[in-house]
Design a protein around this ligand. Structure first.
Ligand SMILES: O=C(O)C(=O)c1ccccc1S
Ligand SMILES: [Mn+2]
Length: 258
């Protein structure tokens, strides 16, 4: 039996499960808040066009609007100034082969529960690798913090000096990109960078280093606690928006029952 036929059989039998890593697109779902002098991210909005009524007797539909970076979404290299000249850096130009691939999960949930500004550092990555093996080239790396379980104001966790949420240090992202050649980095928080990411050098190091190297980001992920540390396959295909810097998307993972 071919690999794909075997996979189809296992998907039908449930020996391979599909896990949804996506938050519902909802007007109440928080979006990133930037300093007031900058443009802001739009929340998801929807308006009813008809509902089996005079506006459309046999059909129901809505018009929707949002930012490319609303909700669970994909960041393309062109999103950041460091990636502005990366070949095929917009969502409509990326090779679709990049949208399906292996994924590893680094569990930082205990650290994030103790410290809202928990940092993924090279030492955390190396400790993970000592247990699970070296992160394979071309893999997605997801930082599990269980932040997706937060609701309301606790999700953005804004204080007088801005947001406080976990994320990677510049050295950690540099290690993942330059030494492990990952495909992309994903988080449960509203951005791939820590809430205080503007204060690193370079500012917003995850965006700066990932996208400058032609890598991708995923944000506002959910259910990472349902994934194994290794062995899952991620499917993350952004909308094909012309010259798009990113897009909301359905992120799914295939996990084998062991
Ligand atoms: O990519 C994003 O959604 C994101 O986190 C972001 C967007 C724009 C400016 C800064 C950041 S930090
Ligand atoms: Mn984004």
């Amino acid at each position: 039996m071919s690999t794909l036929s075997d996979l189809a059989v296992k998907l039908t039998s449930g020996d391979v499960r599909v896990i949804d890593l996506t938050h519902t697109l909802d007007p109440d779902f928080p979006v990133i808040i930037l300093p007031p002098e900058f443009g802001q991210c739009a929340r998801f909005r929807m308006e009813e066009v008809s509902a089996y009524d005079h506006r459309g007797p046999a059909w129901k539909w809505h018009n929707i609007s949002m930012s490319e970076h609303t909700g669970t979404h994909f960041d393309a290299p062109v999103h950041w100034i460091s990636g502005r000249d990366v070949p095929n850096g917009a969502v409509d130009e990326i090779d679709p082969a990049a949208f399906v691939g292996s994924v590893v999960v680094i569990d930082c949930s205990e650290g994030a529960a103790e410290d809202e500004d928990f940092e993924l550092t090279p030492a955390v990555i190396e400790a993970w690798e000592s247990e699970h093996g070296q992160i394979p080239a071309g893999a997605w790396v997801l930082m599990r913090t269980d932040w997706s379980k937060r609701r309301g104001a606790a999700y953005l966790n804004m204080r007088d000096d801005g947001a406080h949420s976990p994320g990677p240090t510049p050295d950690a992202i540099r290690m993942l990109v330059e030494q492990r050649d990952i495909r992309g980095f994903g988080t449960e928080t509203v951005g791939t960078d820590a809430g205080q990411g503007a204060h690193y050098t370079p500012p917003y190091p995850a965006h700066y280093i990932l996208h400058g190297a032609g890598k991708y980001g995923l944000q506002c992920l959910a259910n990472l606690d349902q994934l194994p540390a290794t062995g899952a396959v991620l499917m993350a295909a952004p909308l094909k928006i012309k010259n798009g810097t990113g897009s909301p998307l359905r992120v799914l993972a295939m996990v084998e029952n062991t």
